[in-house]
Design a protein around this ligand. Structure first.
Ligand code: MF3
Ligand code: CO
Ligand code: CO
Length: 261
């Protein structure tokens, strides 16, 4: 579970590439485009420009290179002929493999101008991610992080999805430990420098219950309420954390990107 300095360098590279895909795709997320077109653009960019591998493609039978989760889709939406329309919200989840190591990150995009309720949901989901990230340091326990994330969601009258969670990441897409977005303070794994894992809270406007569609991938809210998710890949450093998938426009308070483990 603890990465060596050489492994961390590769994780940094993979994380940066995944972040760059999200920035690259942003101007394409407009009314009229299909999620399949977004997938094609990301696929070509990852393969031809980054000389990397889109991890979702053929992962446990997943048929596309990215996940596109629109409106009440919670996660693992499969790119299709679905046309995005003004007012939709979409999570685009990018995982790339470079030099055998994974970087995994996702964010919400607004298609045109969002509704007030969609914007509030998306912003609160991002705050939940940031609250979790800011707690990362040696000695923090995973239960503390999960508790803080769910408290913030629930204080804002949203529910936290419990059926999917963050995960350790490295040579494998999904490694130990599981990173739950709810929990009990003072319980769970104690973080140590050199661990790498994702935090990726999913918040629903309605109830937390989800349903898996017939395609065996698409996860939707049971009550059809809107859902939002943001994800970063995090490294535990000796002093705190480093966000390996940070985009240039993001700032994290307690980060220690200049200090390695
Ligand atoms: N990127 C997702 C995650 O955050 C996993 C997607 S699995 C796939 O863990 F097969 F749908 F790509
Ligand atoms: Co993930
Ligand atoms: Co992901």
């Amino acid at each position: 579970m603890i990465k060596s300095a050489e492994e961390i360098e590769k994780m940094r590279t993979a994380g940066k590439l995944a972040a760059q895909v999200l920035d690259m795709i942003e101007p394409h997320v407009v009314p009229g485009i299909t999620t399949e077109e977004l997938d094609n653009i990301c696929h070509s960019y990852i393969v031809e420009c980054q000389h990397a591998i889109p991890a979702p493609l053929n992962y446990r039978g997943f048929p596309k290179s990215i996940c596109t989760s629109v409106n009440h889709v919670v996660c693992h939406g499969i790119p299709s002929a679905k046309v995005l329309k003004q007012g939709d919200i979409i999570n685009i989840d990018i995982t790339v493999i470079k030099d055998e190591y994974h970087g995994d990150t996702s964010k919400m995009f607004y298609v045109g101008k969002p509704s007030v309720k969609a914007e509030r949901l998306s912003k609160t989901a991002y705050e939940c991610l940031c609250i979790g990230i800011n707690m990362v340091k040696p000695g923090t326990r995973l239960g503390d992080i999960g508790y803080a994330i769910s408290r913030h969601a629930e204080n804002n009258n949203y529910s936290i999805v419990r059926d999917y969670c963050g995960h350790g990441i490295g040579r494998q897409f999904h490694e130990e430990p599981q990173v739950l977005h709810y929990g009990t303070p003072n319980t769970g794994l104690e973080l140590q420098a050199g661990m790498t894992f994702t935090i990726e809270p999913m918040l629903n406007i309605g109830k937390r219950d989800v349903k898996l569609l017939q395609d065996d991938w698409t996860v939707v809210t049971k009550d059809k309420s809107l859902s939002a998710q943001w994800e970063h890949t995090i490294l535990v450093t000796s002093f705190g954390f480093d966000v390996l998938t940070k985009r240039p426009d993001e700032v994290f308070n307690l980060g220690s990107s200049d200090i390695s483990v």
